[in-house]
Ligand binder design. Structure first.
Ligand SMILES: [Zn+2]
Length: 149
């Protein structure tokens, strides 16, 4: 072999080695990118799972709020407000009987007790029931089912 040919072969071998090293580095970088992508995919899945969880929680919260605002405030407080009205009416009857010296069981008319009521008017059942006066010594009643003192 001529000296120059040998040098040439050595040079080419060196170039080949460099190339191999570079390819190794490229491959390592590629593996790293692949691993990062897998991690990203995993994180994306986790994020969408979390987002779904948050949506579910929000829906539950909305249901809770809807129940809180609909049930106790409309149904329950109608009854509570009606009871409050019945107590006021009965108190007015008592006061009227006391001032007018009425005896137990004597009939009482709405006009009799108006002066003892707020705004001088008979309160109304919030659920549309009709109030009846049951005479001196008896509590007023509401015609709505369950609206009792
Ligand atoms: Zn009522």
């Amino acid at each position: 072999m001529l000296r120059s040919e040998r040098d040439d072969a050595v040079n080419r071998l060196a170039v080949f080695r460099d190339e191999t090293e570079r390819l190794k580095v490229d491959q390592a970088a590629l593996f790293k990118v692949r691993a990062e992508m897998a991690l990203l995919r995993q994180q994306t899945n986790e994020l969408s799972r979390l987002a779904a969880g948050v949506r579910q929680l929000r829906n539950l919260q909305r249901v809770d709020e809807a129940q809180a605002s609909v049930q106790p405030l409309s149904v329950l407080s109608d009854l509570e407000r009606c009871r409050d009205n019945l107590r006021r009416i009965s108190a007015a009857v008592e006061q009227y009987a006391l001032e007018k010296k009425q005896v137990q069981g004597e009939k009482v008319y709405p006009g009799d007790i108006l002066p003892y009521l707020v705004k001088k008017e008979l309160p109304h059942c919030p659920a549309g029931g009709i109030y009846s006066l049951r005479g001196v010594g008896n509590d007023a009643t509401c015609s709505m089912d369950g609206h009792t003192l």
